[in-house]
Design a protein around this ligand. Structure first.
Ligand code: OXD
Ligand code: MN
Length: 586
């Protein structure tokens, strides 16, 4: 074993996992083309990959998962710390000892008859000081194929690990895929992850949600940075000036679409650059600004709804070198999903002849895995070791009522409250009911590796760590009118809101002060070329004082569940908003 790496801890760990799981073979992944070829052939042979039409979608494959294994499983995801309070009410908790015992029993002999792959990977540009490395051990070739796209994996990552001497340990086995024997365990203090029983992205590609969010958020707190569930985009003006924006939205709320936005016709000379669509690591620079990298190297995006209208950039990258998971196929074996076009699919996501009586043809959480480099709006600034400087942070959710199109927080501390108070209607990205309003602070409810109260304290502490912090904003693209129709066109037209946000950050435009934050006056939003009745725009920018007072009561009740640990500064911000609402209503 020692011949594969000079890092003794890594060699020992791999040997101990092999002893426990008893694989037939061990394969150290180098990331070479030959290796990829070999794995692709293997996946085709086993049926885990089905070839798609090579004329229309060269080098692209379809994977149909177990129908019971199609999303993240939050109820089976645990943060394992000695003290329950460190995991917080936002996480399922187990002691490390109990968790290791439970999951190790399931790993025993689990890789018999299988190959164990060892994947060294780097989250972030290989030469960035902000990047962090890990090693995933898995018995799934599908996981290797995805990790190859989503991370910088193989020989260069191993070399960095050997140089630095530290890495996050991630052990994954698909086990028997039974939901009864499925667990996703995190040991933040050990910088390690153990996952069994699922092949689904968020449960199995351990560099992503498990490492880059849950473990990294914990690491970021001890080291003074932030690991966030945010896209990063660059907005370039006709003068060639670029402002970078990071935005947090809950899963399946359009982060990928926003990150790849194409400005409306009337925005001549404007351009949106994509740095990342899902995860953002930020750290204060010597200039007092926050500098961010995208730790991922690819997109693991929700497929349904992706079309020429909603996200032409995403659509164009999916014609080649893409892994599709749980989509439907057409007669001539092209991938197909709801919202793409008006063709009728031939087979559904379970490989059955398509029958509308069985529900959607593509699973609502079907996914594409594709390299960032395939995205036409991807910028090489995403590869810059120092990252990009962030001008604005945006929080957002899916809210049919109450929450205006956009508002700006009054201060950093108020912005932390705005993030902590985020709520959204649930989507298909996690198992469970869809469409219920749930609190999802900073879009991190499923991903924060420690007690949210401590996390907010950490966020608040940046006011002392950096003196040129980004402005904090909140947006809601999803307001509905009395007839249940969307009030804002969304997609490319979200550019209009981004422009206002970036102008605010430069002090170029004024705003109306309200109890909940600063709002644009209707005339401040550029609606050239948009057919939007002025009354509708006014309604989108209205602050319903009574409704907000009730909302603040709900937020207070939610934050109250964090008890003693809830930061005083957050309580004070909450009180300030409530008092002003009450004054306005008196
Ligand atoms: C994702 C998610 O997979 O947020 O990105 O669920
Ligand atoms: Mn996500």
């Amino acid at each position: 074993m020692s011949s594969n790496t000079s890092n003794a801890a890594l060699a020992e760990w791999v040997a101990s996992v092999a002893k426990l799981t008893e694989p037939d073979n061990i394969q150290w992944c180098t990331g070479s083309d030959a290796e990829n070829q070999q794995l692709t052939e293997l996946l085709l042979e086993s049926g885990d990959f089905k070839p798609l039409n090579p004329q229309t979608h060269p080098n692209s494959y379809l994977h149909l998962s177990d129908p019971e294994d199609v999303a993240r499983v939050e109820h089976l995801t645990f943060i394992c710390t000695p003290d329950e309070a460190d995991a917080g009410p936002n996480n399922n908790w187990m002691t490390p000892a109990a968790a290791h015992a439970k999951i190790d029993a399931l790993y025993r002999g689990a890789m018999r008859g299988r190959t164990m792959y060892v994947i060294p990977y780097c989250m972030g540009p290989i030469d960035s000081p902000l990047s962090r490395c890990g090693v995933e051990i898995t018995d799934s070739a599908y996981v290797v194929a995805n990790m190859r796209i989503m991370t910088r994996m193989g020989a260069p990552a191993l070399a960095r690990i050997e140089r630095e001497g530290t890495f996050v340990k991630g052990l994954h086995s698909i086990g028997d895929l039974s939901p009864e024997r499925r667990f996703i365990m995190h040991f933040p203090e050990e910088l390690s992850i153990k996952s069994i029983g699922s092949g689904y992205g968020g449960n199995a590609l351990l560099g992503e949600k498990c490492h880059a969010l849950r473990i990294a958020s914990y690491q970021a707190r001890t080291e003074g940075w932030l690991a966030e569930h945010m896209l990063i985009l660059g907005l370039e003006s006709p003068a060639g000036e670029i402002h970078y924006v990071a935005a947090a939205f809950p899963s399946a709320c359009g982060k990928t679409n926003l990150a790849m936005l194409i400005p409306p016709e009337s925005y001549k000379g404007w351009k949106i650059w994509t740095v990342g669509d899902d995860i953002c690591w930020m750290r204060p620079g010597s200039d007092g600004r926050l500098w961010a990298i995208n730790p991922e190297a690819g997109f693991f995006g929700v497929v349904p709804g992706t079309s020429e209208q909603t996200n032409p950039n995403a659509l164009s990258m999916l014609y080649q070198d893409t892994i599709f998971t749980n989509v439907a196929t057409t007669e001539d074996n092209q991938p197909w999903w709801e919202g793409l076009d008006d063709r009728t699919p031939a087979k559904d996501w379970q490989g059955r002849d398509y029958d509308p009586a069985n529900g959607p043809a593509a699973h609502p959480n079907s996914r594409f895995t594709v390299s960032s480099k395939r995205c036409p709006s991807y910028t090489d600034k995403a590869e810059a070791p120092q990252g990009v400087p962030i001008s604005a942070i945006i929080f957002g959710g899916r809210r049919e009522r109450l929450v205006p199109l956009v508002f700006e927080a009054k201060s950093w501390a108020h912005g932390v409250l705005v993030g902590a108070a985020m709520a959204s209607e649930t989507t298909a990205a996690a198992t469970g009911a869809v469409g219920l309003v749930r609190r999802d602070p900073m879009a991190m409810q499923p991903f924060c590796g420690y007690n949210f109260a401590d996390y907010w304290e950490h966020w608040l502490s940046f006011a002392d760590k950096a003196d040129n912090l980004p402005g904090i904003f909140h947006v809601n693209w999803f307001r509905k009118d009395a007839n249940d129709g969307f009030m804002w066109p969304g997609f490319g037209d979200n550019m209009r809101v981004l422009e206002w946000i970036v102008e605010r950050c430069q002090g170029l435009v004024s705003a109306t002060e309200t109890a909940v934050g600063y709002l644009p006056r209707p005339a401040d939003l550029n609606i050239d070329g948009l057919e939007l009745p002025i009354e509708q725009l006014e309604a989108l920018l209205e602050v319903d004082q009574q409704g907000w007072l009730e909302e603040m009561d709900q937020i207070a009740a939610y934050l109250g569940t964090y008890g003693e640990r809830l930061p005083e500064a957050l309580k004070a911000e909450l009180l300030l908003v409530k008092e002003q609402l009450a004054r306005n209503l008196a």
